[in-house]
Design a protein. Structure first.
Lengths: 223, 474
C-alpha cells in the first residue's frame, strides 16, 4: 500500500511545472518518492494534468513558447526520476503507446513537432523524437527499433511534404504498412493530402494530434 | 559583390564560435528578451495598434542591437554561435544599401529606404508570398499580378508538383520545377508588357541547390532579380542558407533576407518580438549582406500578422528601422482571409496603411495565412499598392492610420477563429480573360467606396499596365 501524495507536494510539483522550475520539480519528485508514494500515481494524477493544462494555456496563448519549453524541461526532470522508480518496482514503464516523431526530409522547421512531442509526453506517450530534416528510412528504422505504434511526421514547406508520402511508400515497400498508424501534420499538410497519400490521419494542431493518437491506441487495445 | 570581408569572419565563427545546445540558446535568448523589454520600457497597448511614439521606436532599436550583439546568430549545423562586435554591427549597417535598382530597362524601379509618414508612396514588390499554387494555375496567376499597374515587381509563388508528381526538395525534381517556374515568371512579366520587371525569388525552391538553379540570365532569374536567403526562427542560420550568399554575390544578384519572427514564440508577446525583429534585421544585413528584407511577422497559431500584435510589431519595427538605419525593409502582410471576400480587402488595407506610414516598402500578400492552394489573385495584390498610394495622397499620419486600423479590425478580427478563406484563383478570375469575376470585382468596388467614405483618397482607378490615366488625376 503506497502513501497518499501529500497535497503540498502535489501543488508544489504542479506549480513547478507551470513555472518551469526544473530544480523544484526535481526536488519535490525526490521527496514524494522518499515518502513512498506510487510513482505511477504521481505521473497520472500530477504530471499529466499539469502539463495538459500548460498545453491548453499555450494553445490559448495565455503563455508563450519559452514557458512551454521550460515546463517541458521541468516535467522531464520529474519523469526521469519517476520512470527510474517505476522500472525498479515493476521492470517496465507503462505508456499509452510509442510514437516516432520528426520533420520530413529537407524540412528543418521543427517548432510544431516539438510542441506535439511535449504534449504527447504529457499525455503518457513514449516519444522517440528523431529530429528534423529526417529521411523516411530513419523514421521507419526508429519505428522498428522501438516497437512503435504510431509514426508522426511534420512538414511546413510545400515542396517537402512529399516526405510524408516517402514514409508511407517505404512502409509499403518493406511490407510493414499495417504495422504502424501514420499521422501527418504541419503547415503544408492537410486532410486532403493525408487522404491522397494514404496516411491514417491528419492533425491540424498539437492537441488534435494527441486526441487522434489516444483514439488509435484505444482502438488498438480493443483490436 | 561582398561589401567587406565580414562573410569570411562569419564562416570562421560558424565553425569556431562558442558551442551551445540549441534549446539552451533558445531559452537564453527568450530570457534576455524579457529582461530587455523591461530595461527599455517597451509597452504594447492593444487599443493602439499603430503607435506614434518615436522614442519607444528608438528604444526598440537599441534593445534589438543589444540582443544581436549579446546573443549572436545560432548555426544549426555546427551548434556554434556567430557573434559580432559593436564595431562590426555599425560597419555592417553603414555598408548596407540605402537604395538600389531592381529590374532592368524601362521596367526597372528605384528601391530606396523610406521614412515615416513620407508623402511619396511605397513601391509594391508584390506576389503570392510563397503561397502554394498548382502547376495549372501558376502561369495565369503570375500574369494576373504582373499586369496590374499598382504592382511594381512580382515574387513568384511556389508549386508543389512537377508534371503532376510531388516535388522532393533536394532532388532533381526541385531543380526542374524551379527552372520551369522561374521561366514562367519571366514569361509572365514579358506577356504583361514589362519584360524587365524585377522578380523577387524563385519560391518553389527551398534548398540552396534549388535557389541557385534559377540563375539563368535569359530564361530564369537575372542579376537584376533577387533570391531569398532565409533566417530560421529565431536568429538561426545553417550551411544551406549561407552557401547561397557567395553564389548570389558572384552572380551579381540582389539578395532578399526573409525573416519570420513568431508572435507567441521565443520572443514572447509583441514587445519582445519587436526588439527581436530588429536583431533579426541585423542578421540579414550583416550575416547575409542582404539588399532588402521581407519582415514577415507570423502569429504562432494562426500564421497571420493582421491581428493587433502583428500590426503593432510591424508599426514598431518599421519606425525603429526608419529612424535609426537606412535599411530597405518590406512588410509582408499575412492575412487569414482569401479572395472574393471583403475581409481580405480590409486586412490588406490595414497592413498596407501601416506599412506606408511606418517606413516600409510593400511586399506580400500571404492570403489564407498561406494555407490554401491557389487562393491568391492579382486584385488584392494591386489593392495593396492602391491603398498605399491613397494613404500618401490623403497625407495620413500614424494617428490617422491607427484610427483606420481600429475600424478595419472591427470588420475582420471576429473572423480569426473561423476565417473566410474565400475562393481559389480559378473561381475568383475568368481563366481566359484573366480578369476578376463579377463577384470579386463587385466586392472590390464596394469596399473601395466604403474606404473612400472613411477618408481614403484613391488616386486613380485600378487598371492594367501600361497606365491609361495618370495616377493622380482623380
Amino acid at each position: 500500500m503506497s502513501t497518499e501524495i501529500p497535497q503540498g507536494i502535489r501543488e508544489g510539483i504542479t506549480e513547478a511545472l507551470h513555472s518551469g522550475d526544473e530544480e523544484a520539480s526535481d526536488r519535490l519528485t525526490r521527496e514524494v518518492l522518499e515518502l513512498g508514494c506510487d510513482p505511477v500515481e504521481v505521473v497520472q494524477e500530477v504530471i499529466v494534468p499539469a502539463l495538459t493544462d500548460v498545453g491548453l494555456r499555450f494553445q490559448n496563448l495565455q503563455i508563450f513558447l519559452p514557458e512551454l519549453m521550460l515546463s517541458a524541461k521541468a516535467a522531464q526532470a520529474s519523469t526521469v526520476l519517476l520512470e527510474e522508480e517505476i522500472l525498479a518496482q515493476t521492470g517496465s514503464v507503462p505508456t499509452l503507446g510509442t510514437v516516432v516523431l520528426g520533420t520530413v526530409d529537407k524540412d528543418i522547421h521543427d517548432i510544431g513537432k516539438n510542441i506535439v512531442a511535449t504534449l504527447m509526453k504529457a499525455n503518457g506517450f513514449k516519444v522517440i523524437d528523431v529530429g528534423r530534416n529526417i529521411n523516411a528510412r530513419v523514421f521507419v528504422d526508429a519505428a522498428i527499433e522501438n516497437n512503435a505504434d504510431i509514426i508522426g511526421s511534420s512538414s511546413l514547406m510545400t515542396i517537402t511534404r512529399a516526405g510524408h508520402k516517402q514514409i508511407i511508400e517505404l512502409l509499403k515497400a518493406r511490407d510493414m504498412r499495417e504495422d504502424y498508424r501514420v499521422i501527418i501534420g504541419g503547415g503544408s499538410a492537410d486532410q486532403r493530402y493525408a487522404d491522397m497519400i494514404g496516411a491514417d490521419g491528419y492533425a491540424d494542431n498539437a492537441n488534435e494530434a494527441v486526441t487522434v493518437a489516444k483514439q488509435w491506441m484505444e482502438e488498438l487495445r480493443k483490436a | 559583390m561582398f561589401r567587406n570581408n565580414a562573410f569570411g569572419e562569419t564562416i570562421d565563427r560558424a565553425f569556431n564560435g562558442p558551442y551551445i545546445e540549441e534549446q539552451e540558446y533558445d531559452l537564453a535568448m527568450a530570457a534576455r528578451i524579457q529582461q530587455l523589454v523591461k530595461e527599455y520600457d517597451i509597452k504594447f497597448d492593444p487599443a493602439r495598434p499603430v503607435p506614434s511614439d518615436g522614442e519607444m521606436a528608438d528604444r526598440v532599436f537599441q534593445a534589438g542591437v543589444q540582443l544581436f550583439h549579446e546573443i549572436g546568430v545560432y548555426h544549426m549545423d555546427t551548434s556554434r554561435v556567430i557573434k559580432y562586435g559593436m564595431d562590426e554591427i555599425e560597419e555592417g549597417l553603414r555598408l548596407a544599401p540605402a537604395n538600389f535598382i531592381a529590374g532592368e530597362g524601362n521596367d526597372a524601379v528605384w528601391v530606396r529606404h523610406r521614412n515615416i509618414e513620407e508623402t511619396e508612396p511605397p513601391l509594391n514588390l508584390s506576389g503570392p508570398a510563397g503561397l502554394p499554387v498548382s502547376e495549372a494555375t501558376y502561369p495565369q496567376l503570375l500574369f494576373s499580378i504582373a499586369r496590374e499597374a499598382y504592382v511594381d515587381a512580382i515574387e513568384s509563388g511556389a508549386v508543389a508538383t512537377y508534371l503532376g508528381q510531388d516535388i522532393m526538395a533536394g532532388s532533381p525534381t526541385e531543380v526542374l520545377a524551379t527552372q520551369r517556374t522561374a521561366a514562367q515568371a519571366r514569361e509572365a512579366v514579358r506577356l504583361a508588357g514589362r519584360p524587365g520587371m524585377h522578380i523577387g525569388d524563385a519560391a518553389t525552391a527551398i534548398t540552396a541547390i534549388g535557389k541557385m538553379a534559377a540563375s539563368n540570365p535569359v530564361h530564369g532569374l537575372r542579376p537584376t532579380d533577387a533570391r531569398i536567403v532565409s533566417e530560421m526562427v529565431e536568429m538561426k542560420t545553417d550551411h544551406d542558407q549561407l552557401v547561397r550568399v557567395p553564389h548570389l554575390k558572384d552572380y551579381g544578384s540582389l539578395i532578399i533576407h526573409l525573416m519570420t519572427p513568431l508572435t507567441g514564440g521565443i520572443g514572447g508577446g509583441p514587445e519582445g518580438v519587436a526588439l527581436m525583429s530588429v536583431a533579426e534585421l541585423l542578421l540579414g544585413a550583416i550575416t547575409y549582406q542582404a539588399d532588402y528584407h521581407y519582415v514577415s511577422i507570423t502569429h504562432i497559431i494562426r500564421c497571420n500578422n493582421s491581428d493587433r500584435w502583428g500590426l503593432w510589431v510591424q508599426a514598431m519595427i518599421g519606425q525603429a528601422i526608419a529612424r535609426n538605419t537606412h535599411l530597405v525593409a518590406t512588410n509582408d502582410p499575412f492575412v487569414v482571409s482569401g479572395p472574393c471576400t471583403p475581409e481580405l480587402l480590409y486586412e490588406v488595407a490595414a497592413a498596407s496603411a501601416v506599412g506606408t506610414v511606418c517606413g516600409f516598402t510593400m511586399h506580400g500578400v500571404g492570403t489564407t495565412a498561406g494555407f490554401e492552394e491557389n487562393h491568391s489573385t492579382g486584385l488584392e495584390l494591386a489593392w495593396q499598392g492602391e491603398v498605399a498610394h491613397a494613404v500618401t495622397k490623403s497625407r495620413w499620419t500614424r494617428d490617422d492610420v491607427n484610427e483606420f486600423c481600429l475600424k478595419m479590425l472591427d470588420k475582420y478580427e471576429h473572423t480569426f477563429d473561423d476565417p473566410n478563406r474565400g475562393k481559389p484563383f480559378e473561381e475568383a478570375y475568368d481563366m481566359l480573360t484573366v480578369e476578376p469575376t463579377q463577384e470579386w470585382s463587385d466586392i472590390y468596388h464596394r469596399v473601395r467606396d466604403e474606404l473612400f467614405d472613411l477618408g481614403l483618397e484613391f488616386t486613380g482607378k485600378r487598371e492594367h499596365w501600361p497606365r491609361r490615366t495618370a495616377p493622380t488625376t482623380e
